[in-house]
Write a protein that binds this ligand. Structure first.
Ligand code: NDP
Length: 277
C-alpha cells in the first residue's frame, strides 16, 4: 500500500531529528510512513504547505523554526494550546481537507519534566528566560502543571510584558528586567527559552538565580544547550536537563494526533541520547 505522507517544514531543516523519531514510532506499530524534510524559505512556506496537503496527499506536518507563527496563521482551525501560543508545531489535514493547527511543545516539555525526570512541578516558583515563540508555547502548560508563580525575563521587556498580559494571571505571573537578574532572588525551576545557544551566543547569568534544589531546563539540545547546562552545574543545582526529551514528547503527541496510537517514547529517547546528544 501507498505509505502515508508526512513532513517537517523548517528553514534550515536538514539536521532535523523528526524524521528519525517518527519512523521509530511508526515501526512500533508496523505503520509504513513516508516522512520527509521540506526546506521552505519564509516567503514560500504557505504555498509549500498548501501544495503538500492538496497535491501530495500530505496527512500531517511538523513545523519548526522559523515557521511556527505562519503555520498558526494559515490554519483553518486551531486548538486552544495553539491559540494561546500564537504558533503551531503540528498541522493536520482534516477529512474535509481543511487544516488544523496544534501546539504540542508545552505538553511535551511538561511530560518530559514530570514523567521522564519524575519532578513534581506543583508549587514551583519558575523563572523563564526568553519570551519568543518557544516561551509562548510552554508558558500555559507550566501554569496548568500547577507552578506557584512564573517570572518572565526577556532581553526586550515588551515581549515579556505581552506574554504576561496574554496569560492574564497577574497574581501568579510577573515580569522583571534582564538587567535586574542579579537581584531578583532564586527560583526552583529555571527555563532557558532563549535562542542564545542556538545562535552561538552565551548568556551571563548570576548563580543567585538557582535555588539549591532547582531544576534548570534548556529547551534546546545538543550544542545549543551546553552553555546553559554548564552554568546550571556550576551553580550547584540538583537537576539540569536539555530539551531532547521535549522534542520526543511533542513528536509523540503529533504521532497520536495523526495515527490514533500512543508510541513508546523512552526507547526512542534513549536511542537519540546515545547517538546524538
Ligand atoms: P524566537 O526567535 O521566537 O525567540 C528568541 C528568544 O531568545 C527571544 O526571547 C530573544 O529575546 C531571546 N534571545 C536571543 N538571543 C539572546 C541573547 N543573546 N540574550 C538574551 N536573550 C536572547 O525563538 P524560539 O522561541 O522559537 O526558540 C528559542 C529556542 O527554543 C530555540 O533555540 C530552540 O532550540 C528551542 N526550542 C526547542 C524545542 C524542543 O522541542 N526541544 C521546541 C521549540 C524551540 P529578544 O526578544 O530580546 O530578542
Amino acid at each position: 500500500t501507498h505509505p502515508r505522507q508526512y513532513a517537517v517544514f523548517g528553514h534550515p531543516i536538514a539536521h532535523s531529528l523528526s524524521p528519525q523519531i517518527h519512523q521509530a514510532f511508526a515501526q512500533q506499530f508496523g505503520i509504513a510512513l513516508d516522512y520527509r524534510t521540506i526546506d521552505a524559505a519564509p516567503a514560500a512556506f504557505a504555498d509549500a504547505v498548501k501544495h503538500f496537503f492538496e497535491h501530495e496527499d500530505g496527512r500531517g506536518a511538523n513545523v519548526t523554526l522559523p515557521h511556527k507563527a505562519a503555520a498558526f496563521a494559515l490554519a483553518d482551525e486551531r486548538t486552544k494550546a495553539a491559540t494561546n501560543a500564537g504558533s503551531a508545531n503540528v498541522l493536520t489535514r482534516l477529512p474535509d481537507g481543511r487544516i488544523a493547527a496544534h501546539n504540542t511543545d508545552g505538553a511535551g516539555m511538561v511530560r518530559d519534566i514530570t514523567e521522564r525526570h519524575s519532578i513534581d512541578l506543583r508549587g514551583h516558583d519558575a523563572l523563564m528566560l526568553g519570551a519568543g515563540g518557544a516561551a509562548r508555547g510552554v508558558a500555559w502548560s507550566l501554569m496548568d502543571a500547577g507552578i506557584a508563580s512564573l517570572t518572565i525575563v526577556n532581553r526586550s521587556p515588551d515581549a515579556a510584558d505581552a506574554l504576561a498580559d496574554a496569560i492574564g494571571e497577574p497574581h501568579r505571573v510577573h515580569t522583571r528586567y534582564w538587567e535586574d537578574l542579579d537581584n531578583i532572588g532564586s527560583y526552583d525551576l529555571i527555563i532557558n527559552a532563549t535562542s542564545a545557544g542556538t545562535l552561538g551566543q552565551s548568556l551571563t547569568l548570576p548563580f543567585s538565580l538557582a535555588a539549591p534544589r532547582a531544576l534548570c531546563y534548556d529547551l534546546g539540545y545538543g550544542k545549543s544547550a551546553i552553555g546553559f547546562l554548564a552554568w546550571a552545574h556550576a551553580a550547584g543545582v540538583r537537576y539540569a536537563h536539555d530539551g531532547l526529551g521535549m522534542l520526543v514528547e511533542q513528536a509523540a503527541d503529533a504521532f497520536e494526533l495523526w495515527h490514533g496510537k500512543r508510541p513508546e517514547t523512552e526507547p526512542v529517547y534513549r536511542m537519540l541520547r546515545a547517538t546524538k546528544a
